[in-house]
Write a protein that binds this ligand. Structure first.
Ligand SMILES: CC(C)(COP(=O)(O)OP(=O)(O)OC[C@H]1O[C@@H](n2cnc3c(N)ncnc32)[C@H](O)[C@@H]1OP(=O)(O)O)[C@@H](O)C(=O)NCCC(=O)NCCS
Length: 201
């Protein structure tokens, strides 16, 4: 899978599956994130072994990873991870991070759309996203993307600085998501694409 997409300001980005040779590019992407975006990530992505483990997991069949690239640089990273014991369980978790110079240009929405195509392909029916309470911008965005249920677990996770944070779990079903995305991306051929690319109609 490799698609060239056009951002709201006309910039072009390639969205493709992460490859085994993306380790160094991925490390450079995470190392360049500003501390405020890195603080709420689940793992310490400034460590080489952590980033390498993410790339190795590609073979496990339990995770789909996408990157957005400009030239030789990764500018966004998105993943869809199996939550239960097999894709057939129908639940997956999405994670998404866009490099700051590329935020608010529509790339997060386009990456989310590709992850949802993958989710539909794997017959996932429920998608969840987990965040910490201070990620209020991300919470607003996922609401726009069709995540209409929110659950809060007080002081449940530690951020990268070691402070306890409330965890927010947002959930949606894919059908609702398609409706939201259709409005957001304004692609008239969205339904045809969904049918062609997922076998769902
Ligand atoms: C969340 C994130 C992936 C969004 O990516 P993005 O490329 O900026 O998203 P988009 O440009 O597609 O924006 C989607 C919508 O959210 C809005 N939005 C984007 N950033 C926002 C912010 N900080 N505050 C409020 N709204 C915001 C956009 O205006 C857009 O709305 P619109 O369609 O009405 O214009 C990005 O902000 C990010 O990487 N944040 C840090 C990591 C994170 O918190 N990830 C989520 C948890 S997994």
């Amino acid at each position: 899978m490799e698609r060239t997409v056009t951002l709201q300001d006309g910039g072009q980005v390639v969205i493709r599956r992460m490859r085994p040779d993306d380790g160094e590019r991925s490390f450079a992407f995470f190392a360049a994130l500003p501390p405020e975006d890195r603080k709420y990530l689940r793992t310490d992505v400034t460590r080489h072994d952590v980033v390498e483990r993410r790339v190795k997991e590609l073979d496990s069949g339990r995770v789909e990873r996408l990157v957005a690239v400009v030239g030789d640089r990764i500018v966004a990273d998105g993943s869809l991870e199996l939550v239960g014991h097999g894709w057939g369980d129908g639940v997956a978790e999405v994670r998404l991070i866009v490099a700051q110079p590329y935020q608010r240009r529509g790339l997060g929405t386009l990456m989310a759309r590709e992850l949802f195509f993958l989710a539909a392909h794997h017959k996932v029916e429920r998608v969840v996203v987990r965040m910490m309470r201070p990620q209020s911008g991300a919470i607003r965005i996922f609401r726009k993307l069709g995540f209409d249920e929110e659950f809060l677990i007080p002081e449940h996770v530690r951020d990268q600085s070691g402070s306890w944070q409330d965890m927010i779990i947002m959930r949606c079903n894919l059908e609702a998501m398609w409706r939201e995305l259709e409005a957001l991306v304004e692609e008239t051929d969205m339904k045809r694409q969904i049918e062609e690319r997922t076998g769902l109609g």
